[in-house]
Design a protein around this ligand. Sequence first.
Ligand SMILES: NC(=O)c1ccc[n+]([C@@H]2O[C@H](COP(=O)([O-])OP(=O)(O)OC[C@H]3O[C@@H](n4cnc5c(N)ncnc54)[C@H](O)[C@@H]3O)[C@@H](O)[C@H]2O)c1
Length: 243
Amino acid sequence: MTDTPVAFVTGAAQGIGLAAAERLARDGFRVVAMDRNAERLEPAVAELCAAGLNVKAAVADVCQRAEVVAVIAAEPRVDAMVCAAGIYNDATFLDLDETRFRQMLEVNVMGTFIPAQEAARRMQAGGRIVTISSRGALGGTRFAHYVSSKAAVIGLTRAMAMELRPLQIAVNSVAPGFTDTPMTRSAPPEMFAAWEQLEPSGKAASPADIADAIAFLASPATRFITGQTLFVDGGKSLGGLSI
Ligand SMILES: NC(=O)c1ccc[n+]([C@@H]2O[C@H](COP(=O)([O-])OP(=O)(O)OC[C@H]3O[C@@H](n4cnc5c(N)ncnc54)[C@H](O)[C@@H]3O)[C@@H](O)[C@H]2O)c1
């Protein structure tokens, strides 16, 4: 087995996944950057490689087990899996239909379960799984399907942590608040600005802010932390306003 630890990051073509891939590579991992979007993934990874980082692009859909298995099987070891692939769209509760709801659960929940399970099957003691939930798991308007999917990710994280603790594999979740990524930038600019004003700081987090927390939970230093959800949201999840 080689000495270089290997981390897999899903949803790594852009946004939080890409920032996590860069950060983990800077921390000394060989990083396998996974995404279903080859057109965005390949130039993003080429840029990281040009900066001297040990990153490989692997095109795979996280909902397709055979694709995920093939990517993981190609590496000599599995030390960390970061499940950052996800989708978001909005709809009022009264308008939401089963197709949109099921698609949200498919990508955000099944697309976390499959890579996490396949990684865990290959991990040794000391392995780390980091899921990405959301402050939205606490609730919100116009995205009941997203809220449900991210609350499920927190439940899945806790359940995985309990079953994997005898194997000394730690499983934790990072719950970002509003973050400046292509996902949130796909909204009209006036909506992005309005969302930002709802943040305690008046600002969106950067993908690097979220990657800092992911890197912490993916590091060997955190062996006594498992089953936890770390909110990285500038304090918005604390609720209420106070002086
Ligand atoms: N941006 C935010 O404000 C925010 C807040 C809370 C949580 N999150 C979560 O963080 C994660 C990353 O979000 P982001 O803002 O960087 O999103 P993004 O849309 O910018 O990037 C998501 C990436 O996931 C990939 N992806 C989607 N479905 C996939 C699939 N089936 N297989 C493989 N790749 C797939 C996309 O191609 C894309 O590259 C998501 O799980 C999201 O729900 C984001």
